[in-house]
Ligand binder design. Structure first.
Ligand SMILES: NC(=O)c1ccc[n+]([C@@H]2O[C@H](COP(=O)([O-])OP(=O)(O)OC[C@H]3O[C@@H](n4cnc5c(N)ncnc54)[C@H](O)[C@@H]3O)[C@@H](O)[C@H]2O)c1
Length: 366
């Protein structure tokens, strides 16, 4: 199947995430949203009207057989990313999967293999790294402003934000893990991206579940489509110390429920020439976020606080994905970057279970 403009796009998953992708295709200059797929017929009908989509499907196999797609976004429970992505790639369709790529690295490796054997793009939607504050900081780093960065801390902490207590989100088999897998992956991705993609050699982590098993900490603003029915099986807080190949250290914290003053996403970078702090989601930073660069002027401490538009989000992911597909460039767009994130997360969970530092490994892509 050859990709021509406009790309024929489909979205699998009708929840909050799926709707962000639908909006993204609506805004994309070179794509047309032609089909959506999900299990809630009433929601599908409503969204079809809202986004001007003619075809709705309940089964992915029917979508892939009949809709003549060039590209598809997958925004379903995490353990369904791999089977759906592999089916789409084998049908010649380029895939933009929601994060995390899969419930573990071994499964993610099968997705990468499918992208490679079909010469198709497999991308993962890391919408938060497209934020204006993140892209501005990346530019400052690439310009050498921070010098050599040797220590990084990143986290996403929530006061009361377990998504869908008792739904697929809090089941081990369907989600793969708790906040480290769900929101920690955004911060891991962002930190490694900002640090210039160093390898991660070892991880020492701990996980806790103090709220979820007691039915506490559930998000009051949960936007999902699923109803909670099952036990709480994952962590609600994880902390990980990661040794980087270049000698640096990355510390990541992710929690869905914790006694913090307020929800917060943050990255702190310590470089030889300057430091950086970025945050968003707090009452002071707002959702657009703020970036502070710590430097000095004539030996005196000084702070740079650039005013940066929010930007980014899912629409930026979808636009970049469509551009990539049409560019024909298949270098490094096979999901292998996300495989490194999955390897780190696997090592963190293994470390917590075994109560020792664990070396990261990457499964063979075969
Ligand atoms: N990047 C982000 O900011 C962000 C935010 C929220 C969720 N997510 C990710 O998006 C994905 C979905 O999350 P959500 O909150 O939208 O979930 P959700 O539970 O609200 O929606 C899941 C959708 O998947 C569909 N689905 C399930 N099984 C299916 C099947 N067999 N065939 C077809 N459709 C099926 C359901 O019908 C539903 O419409 C997850 O991987 C999650 O981690 C990402």
């Amino acid at each position: 199947m050859s990709a021509t403009t406009p790309l024929r796009a489909g979205v699998i998953g009708l929840g909050w995430a799926g709707q962000q992708h639908m909006q993204g295709y609506l805004e994309a200059a070179n794509a047309e949203l032609v089909a959506i797929c999900g299990q809630e017929g009433d929601v599908a009908a409503r969204l079809a009207g809202q986004f001007g989509v003619e075809q709705t499907y309940r089964e992915v196999s029917d979508l892939l057989r009949d809709a003549q797609l060039d590209v598809v976004s997958i925004a379903t429970p995490t353990s369904l990313h791999a089977p759906m992505a592999i089916a789409a790639l084998d049908a010649g369709v380029h895939v933009l999967s929601e994060k995390p790529i899969a419930e573990n690295a071994a499964t993610a490796a099968m997705m990468v293999a499918a992208a490679r054997r079909n010469d198709r793009v497999l991308e993962v939607s890391y919408n938060h790294r497209r934020r204006g504050v993140v892209t501005a900081l990346k530019q400052a780093i690439d310009d050498g402003m921070l010098g050599k960065i040797y220590y990084a801390k990143a986290g996403w902490v929530r006061r009361q934000g377990i998504p869908g207590l008792g739904t697929w989100f809090t089941r081990k088999d369907s989600a793969g893990g708790g906040p480290f897998m769900d929101i920690g992956v955004h911060m891991v991705d962002m930190a490694l991206h900002l640090l210039g993609e160093p390898g991660v050699s070892a991880v020492s982590a701990n996980t806790y579940a103090e709220f979820g098993p007691r039915g506490l900490g559930g998000s009051t603003g949960y936007r999902g489509t699923s109803a909670g029915t099952t036990d709480y099986e994952v962590e609600d807080l994880a902390t990980a110390f990661c040794r980087l190949d270049d000698g640096g250290t990355l510390v990541v914290e992710a929690s869905w429920a914790q006694w913090v003053p307020h929800d917060l996403c943050f990255v702190d970078l310590y470089g030889s020439e300057a430091g950086a702090h970025l945050q968003w989601g707090s009452p002071t930073s707002g959702d657009g976020g703020e970036l502070v660069i710590m430097t000095d002027v004539q030996g005196r401490p000084a702070e740079i606080r650039p005013q940066i538009p929010a930007n980014g989000g899912h629409s930026a992911c979808v636009a970049e994905f469509c551009d990539l597909v049409l560019s024909g460039d298949r270098q490094g767009v096979d999901g292998s970057l996300s495989l490194t994130r999955a390897g780190l997360i696997d090592a963190a969970y293994a470390s917590a279970a075994q109560q020792r530092e664990v070396l990261t490994t990457q499964p063979e892509i075969g």
